[in-house]
Design a protein around this ligand. Structure first.
Ligand code: APR
Length: 166
């Protein structure tokens, strides 16, 4: 299993599952949520509607609809409020639960956006460290590839700097 940094738009990736940084309603939004829903088409929102929302730190699975990815894992990251309200633990839980839900469906490759670092305001380097630490500790057996997607070069380089040289 390899954990790799990848630079670009998560909706274009040909992996088994892509992770969406959603909100608790699961009914779409801006940022990567908006991009994934636009690329997947209206059927994704219809399927999400049946899920009854998602708690912060949890993750729920849908099909990928028009995306290349077979599944979308919708996870809800914490809103940053200074670090004293369990935000680190909730973010780590997003990565762990997303792996559990996707591997439970049989996924062997998965791509994560930088959960909570946009509208939810989580400090980017702190979030990247939590992502790499949590994924590095996970059971590697279900996975061929785990991608950490940087949507801009700084985010990509941040992940590169935290991952062992390939
Ligand atoms: N591919 C990969 N990464 C992306 C893409 C994309 N197409 N679009 C945005 N990103 C990156 C952002 O640059 C940021 O680093 O995803 C990261 C998460 O940012 P947001 O999408 O704003 O997600 P988040 O901070 O978790 O806030 C979630 O925003 O869009 C709403 O409905 C969503 O209410 C929820 C909140």
């Amino acid at each position: 299993m390899s954990i790799e940094a990848w630079f670009g738009d998560i909706t274009t990736l040909d992996v088994d599952a892509i992770v969406n940084a959603a909100n608790r309603s699961l009914l779409g939004g801006g940022g990567v949520d908006g991009s994934i829903h636009r690329a997947a088409g209206p059927g994704l929102r219809e399927e999400c509607r049946l899920l009854g929302g998602c708690d912060t730190g949890d993750a729920k699975l849908t099909r990928g609809h028009r995306l290349r990815a077979r599944w979308v894992v919708h996870t809800v990251g914490p809103v940053w409020s200074g670090g004293g309200r369990g935000e680190d633990a909730a973010l780590a839980s997003c990565y762990r639960r997303s792996l559990e839900v996707a591997s439970g469906a049989g996924a062997r490759s998965i791509a994560f956006p930088a959960i909570s670092t946009g509208a939810f305001g989580f400090p980017e380097l702190r979030a990247a460290r939590i992502a790499v630490e949590t994924l590095s500790r996970a059971d590697p057996s279900p996975w061929d590839r785990i991608l950490l997607v940087g949507f801009d070069r700084a985010a990509y380089e941040r992940y590169r700097g935290l991952l062992p040289e390939a």
